[in-house]
Write a protein that binds this ligand. Structure first.
Ligand code: FAD
Length: 432
């Protein structure tokens, strides 16, 4: 049952547009930092309707830019600080769930990325070395060690990283909305915001007059600051115990393969496999429409990828198929922005790494709004101006070229056995 809608004009201190992770973490932290603040969340559909309620549940310290790239732009200390803050955010999500009794199935088993070709072995070994260099907790696993953890087919080795937890995203986002309400935040659903300006968030049901407005609408924002890319997912029926005994996966590590067009997966708390990925999709004109959530080709491809990894699942029943948009900034830098002069704030562009990023962004936005100076408000993604995407048809062409380059790189690697240089060359050309 949806929550009530905005009842009419309301006065508040902070209006937050969007009840996803960004908006709800911001709301919870504002309420915890200053319980006197009147915080209002305005959600067009229901809490968790967007990417936050339908993602793959990787709560990871991944960042869309490499730490070397962050260091190049902001210095090595800033890169280390951001990395540390994201690792803390992964732990922080677990602690918050415990403290506020949110049953989000949080399991901090790390991530296992499977190398299934010689080129992937080379690339993933380099990834482990890079992670260690930046202070990460990572390890290269031999084929036997990897298969001992998760008995997938064709595995030549795997990169393991400690810095990830699996969560049930829907339960987490709904738990955050309930927690925000318990902390005194007003959450209104079925309340689309039609205009945001200094001191006001306007809906057709009434307006919220306030000092601060937070735009937390990520892929639904429109305009040219962020491009919405779609990812698709399928979930199996719960697997029988003997199948789990054969597959292993006891620590519920989040699981990926080492292709450029990778799959991401998790073993859920109720014994299903949820698997998504194999390339994103972009719809001309930054299209975001309910019909884009389902793609027969993408869903069939994911089932095939699952069976390729686990041939014993050839007859497995797929019970759920879905998809949704996440947002990418032109230079692939997510950002947290706050202008004290206008009171306008926003965060987004997490490029598919939004679970922990949004937790960190929400806490940071709350601290900025409260006028605090913390280790988070000084991180290098705060206040960075982002370049806008090109107008169409250039945007479509550029994004599709990037996606095609990744498909080509996988094909090249399968043939040559050596890592392809294409993605890095393309990225340095277009993403700088
Ligand atoms: C299929 C998929 C898989 C993903 N997998 C992962 C993963 O495993 N790990 C990871 O870290 N990240 C993943 N992501 C990315 C991650 O889910 C997002 O980056 C993150 O959830 C964004 O949170 P958000 O709150 O900023 O935006 P959203 O969750 O999209 O929330 C925005 C909200 O704003 C509302 N809204 C929009 N316009 C208005 C308006 N005008 N008025 C009022 N409300 C409005 C929307 O209804 C929505 O509820 C995935 C994304 C997708 C789509």
């Amino acid at each position: 049952v949806p929550r009530r809608s905005l009842p009419g004009d309301v006065d508040a201190d902070v209006a937050i547009v969007g009840a996803g992770f960004t908006g709800l973490w911001t709301a919870c932290h504002l309420a915890l930092l200053d319980p006197r603040l009147r915080v209002v969340v305005l959600e067009r559909e229901v809490a968790g309707h967007g990417a936050s309620g339908r993602n793959g549940g990787w709560c990871s310290a991944l960042f869309p830019k490499s730490w070397t790239a962050v260091a190049r732009r902001s210095g090595a200390d800033a890169a280390r600080a951001l990395r540390r803050a994201l690792v803390q955010a992964v732990d922080g999500v677990g602690r918050f769930c415990e403290r506020h009794a949110i049953d989000a199935g949080y399991a901090r088993g790390g991530t296992l990325t499977l190398a299934r070709s010689p080129a992937q072995v080379t690339r993933l070994r380099a990834r482990v070395a890079d992670s260690l260099e930046w202070g990460g907790e990572a390890r290269w696993l031999s084929a036997a060690e990897a298969v001992e953890r998760v008995a997938a087919a064709g595995v030549l080795g795997a990169a393991w990283s400690a810095e990830c937890a699996a969560v049930h995203p829907g339960r987490l986002v709904r738990g955050l909305a309930d927690t925000a309400e318990r902390l005194g935040v007003a959450v209104y659903e079925r309340t689309p915001v039609v205009r945001v300006a200094r001191g006001v968030a306007e809906t057709r049901l009434g307006r919220v007059r306030c000092r601060f407005v937070v735009r937390a609408t990520e892929a639904y924002t429109g305009g040219r600051a962020l491009a919405p890319l779609y990812s698709h997912i399928v979930a199996t029926a719960p697997l029988p115990d003997p199948v789990w005994a054969a597959i292993g996966w006891r620590d519920r590590e989040t699981l990926a393969d080492g292709r450029h067009r990778f799959v991401y997966a998790q073993r859920t708390g109720d014994g299903r496999i949820v698997i998504g990925g194999r390339g994103a999709r972009y719809h001309y004109g930054s299209g975001v429409r309910p019909e884009h959530d389902r793609s027969r080709a993408a869903h069939d491809g994911l089932r095939a990828a699952l069976v390729e990894l686990f041939p014993r699942l050839a007859d497995v029943e797929i019970t759920h198929r879905w998809g949704g948009p996440f947002a990418v900034a032109r230079d692939w830098w997510p950002w947290v922005a706050f202008d004290p002069a206008t009171g306008l704030a926003r965060a987004g562009g997490y490029a598919g790494d939004g679970v922990a990023c949004a937790a960190l962004a929400g806490r940071t936005l709350a601290e900025l709004i409260c006028g605090l100076d913390t280790e988070r408000t000084r991180l290098p993604w705060v206040g960075r101006p982002s370049r806008r995407w090109e107008p169409e048809p250039l945007r479509w062409l550029g994004i599709h070229a990037g996606l095609a380059v990744r498909a080509l790189a996988d094909w090249q690697e399968d043939r040559s056995g050596r890592p392809s240089r294409l993605p890095a060359a393309f990225d340095s050309l277009l993403r700088s």
